[in-house]
Design a protein around this ligand. Sequence first.
Ligand code: HPA
Length: 270
Amino acid sequence: MYSKLMTCLASVKEKIDFKPEVALILGSGLGDYADEIRIVDTIEYTEIEGFPVSTVKGHKGRFVFGYVEETPVVIMQGRVHYYEGYPMSDVVLPTRLMGMLGAKKILLTNAAGGVNDTYKPGDFMLITDHITTGVPSPLIGPNIEELGTRFPDMSEVYSVRLQSVIRKCAVQCKIDIKEGVYVQFTGPNYETPAEVRLARIWGGDAVGMSTACEAMAARHMGLEVCGISCITNMAAGLSKQELNHKEVQETADRVAKSFKELVTMVVTSI
Ligand code: HPA
């Protein structure tokens, strides 16, 4: 795995010379943000040797390098999901790559289903912790000693310092941000109502198909991690509506403006 990472890293470095400070992963429907920063360079995932290539409609697959105000960033416009069939180690390869390019902090975003019944579609949720019981750990397999330790501590995956930065930014953006625990399932199907009840009993507030694995890989290699979910729908069983990707996209579009404002403020404040 490490040699695969080094091949990808060499392939990226051959094309661009840029040291990001902050890494950002854009979730479903939130990808447009990358088009609005001061772009220095982009690389399609397909151009990177050995890179897992995303297949979901509406997920653009490229790294965008540039500046949010003065902050050098690398953005994943479209992520790799476990449900596409890649092993977890491939799913988190891009996250690791961004860390190896020099990013010290990472902001993870996603579209998620609300499990906490006080949430409503269009809310943002600061991720305070996660549960990955339903998916394999991205750290399974030989440990990459160059990145981190065999048995990494996960008692503060989402940096308390960055959480407090996000809370302050939300206040400034006049966003009533919620807080909670993100539960990752494999997808690509949405959960059953019984699985959503289980997620609630476990202590979850939102469910989704990404993010937590990336957070673990980033934490393993010592990055400071933070995350924001966009609650695009109430999870199965919490509303009468049938779930579909269109609703997820529509809600994400509806809140895109405040999302962009919040992300810009967070990236420049962390
Ligand atoms: N479940 C899982 N993933 C999701 C959902 C959901 O309800 N909404 C957006 N992504």
